[in-house]
Design a protein around this ligand. Structure first.
Ligand code: FAD
Length: 467
């Protein structure tokens, strides 16, 4: 059997694997990235996708140009509609509207120019171990098996996490598979408005109550009608039906449909093992409020490239301990913010339709403003309020209760979820800097996550459980 050696072996040439492979090759290391799909077909499951513009810049991705095959538009605002359809709120949102497969193919050329060896139509089959430690993988290309040996192996295989879930239970990285309550089921319909005389929701309008949105598509008279729900595609379909029954939309034609799942759960407590790292959907790293995963993982990749880049300079096996800094730097920062937001969501998702109306109209969820003065959302994806803002916020909550627009039960759930969110954030910020206190830290994390309460959203035709 043929064998190939390199410094870094990455499984999966989606947005996560592509980016980290590139960063490591630019540091001068030999990187091989294997991908089961054909080169022109990677990412075909999705077409139009949104990237957070500030994060693209931070990650140092070669700039997008509107009109090129991989970039439809660069936007700076979105609209949020209230469930009673009486109010639309303009919010600041810097998004680059990307076509996924052309983007990946543009990046593949950049990667190859910087020395990454890309192996397409090459399927990961199993991990190879020596004395209980990962030393390589077995893969298959064109019916022929081949071994790849590397000093570090990276799982960037997406939701199936083919490497992470194949690790021995005691390897130090959780091996969970994503179940129906760990993902958002997303249905997308690419639509064309056919009655142009009647007004329709503007491009990039979201209706949080149904977790439904009209995203930008190829042309201005097109849109992508998207809807997401935990539990099943059926839940998402029913939520869309409930919305359509109420929304009174002008006529449209469905051009094509897509569907998929995006992780909606906490990542494994450790992302690293001996000679191993997981990133992207394989590590369940997505923005808790949007389910977007692409640029969220790039922040982890930047840390990983620094640590791996340093460790590869030194001799010897790259142990879990030598990679630990990836865990501690990631979880103390973005990991802590995401854990907190994820906890907060369980408080927010309890609200009923009329409460959402109140929250949105009173500016309790999004800060709003006039045209050029629309405030920019906190780039770090966490809400920090001044004392004055906090008083105003609680004043509006109190007023909502007095006016019977908000229920005491739901507000107390929100306050308790916020309290827990604060605690989990502080706890993640204290992520151990070495493996030494890890077990203790996990124990305390488990205690806190167990306190997270589920929420149920009651639509007219379905009740959706959020775990
Ligand atoms: C409908 C929908 C809409 C979304 N919209 C957005 C959005 O607008 N913005 C955003 O940021 N995120 C969005 N997401 C989430 C986003 O798509 C993912 O978070 C992101 O693509 C994850 O990238 P990844 O590289 O980790 O995984 P993937 O993109 O899944 O890449 C993994 C790669 O590994 C390969 N692979 C798998 N198994 C093997 C194997 N055995 N051997 C070799 N190769 C293998 C796969 O073929 C694949 O190419 C959306 C998700 C869905 C479902």
């Amino acid at each position: 059997m043929s064998k190939e050696k390199c410094d870094v072996l990455v499984v999966g040439a989606g947005t996560a694997g592509t980016y980290l492979s590139w960063l490591l090759a630019k540091k001068g290391y030999s990187v091989i990235t294997i991908e089961k799909d054909e080169r022109e077909k990677v990412g075909k499951r999705l077409d139009v996708i949104h990237f957070e513009t500030d994060r693209i810049e931070e990650a140092g991705i070669p700039p997008f140009k509107v009109g090129e095959p991989d970039c439809i538009e660069i936007r700076d605002t979105s609209i949020v509609g209230t469930p009673d359809f009486t109010t639309e709120i303009k919010i600041r949102a810097f998004q680059t509207i990307v076509r996924l497969t052309p983007f990946l193919n543009r990046m593949y050329k950049v990667l190859e120019a910087d020395g990454v060896k890309l192996e397409f139509s090459c399927l990961f089959k199993k991990l190879l171990f020596q004395e209980g430690r990962i030393i390589g993988i077995l893969a298959e290309k064109d019916g022929i098996e081949k071994e790849f040996h590397a000093r570090i192996i990276i799982d960037a295989s997406g939701k199936t996490a083919v490497l992470r879930t194949a690790l021995p239970e005691d390897y130090g990285v959780e091996t969970f598979k994503l179940g129906p309550n760990d993902v958002m089921y997303v249905l997308l319909q690419y639509i064309k408005w056919t009655d142009l005389k009647t007004s329709h929701p503007a491009t990039d309008t979201g209706y949080n109550w149904w977790l439904l949105w009209f995203g930008p598509s190829y042309h201005k008279d097109d849109a992508i009608l998207g809807v997401g729900s935990p539990g099943s595609y059926e839940n998402a379909k029913l939520a869309r039906e409930d919305f359509l029954r109420r929304a009174n939309l002008p006529s449209y034609e469905i051009i094509k449909e897509e569907q998929g799942m995006t992780p909606y759960r906490r990542p494994p407590y450790s992302l690293v093992g001996d000679g191993f790292l997981c990133i992207g959907d394989a590590a369940a790293i997505t923005y808790p409020f949007s389910g977007h995963g692409v640029t969220a993982t790039w922040m982890l990749c930047m840390i990983a490239a620094e640590v791996i880049g340093r460790e590869l300079k030194n001799e010897g096996f790259i142990t879990k301990e030598r990679l630990w800094e990836i865990n501690s730097r990631y979880f103390k920062d973005q990991g802590a913010k995401f854990a907190s937001l994820y906890m907060q969501l369980s408080g927010i998702l309890n609200f009923k339709e009329k409460e959402w109306n109140y929250f949105l109209k009173k500016g309790l969820i999004y800060q709003t403003g006039e045209d050029e003065e629309i405030p920019e959302p906190n780039k770090e994806y966490e809400e920090e309020m001044s004392f004055g803002e906090l008083i105003k916020f609680f004043g509006k909550l109190l007023w909502g209760i007095i006016k019977r627009k908000l229920s005491v039960k739901h507000i107390s759930r929100l306050i308790s979820a916020n309290g827990l969110a604060g605690k989990i954030k502080k706890h993640y910020e204290k992520y151990p800097t070495s493996t030494y206190e890890f077990d203790q830290w996990v124990e305390k994390s488990e205690e806190l996550w167990k306190k997270k309460k589920g929420a149920t959203k009651h639509l007219a035709n379905v009740s959706i459980e959020y775990h």
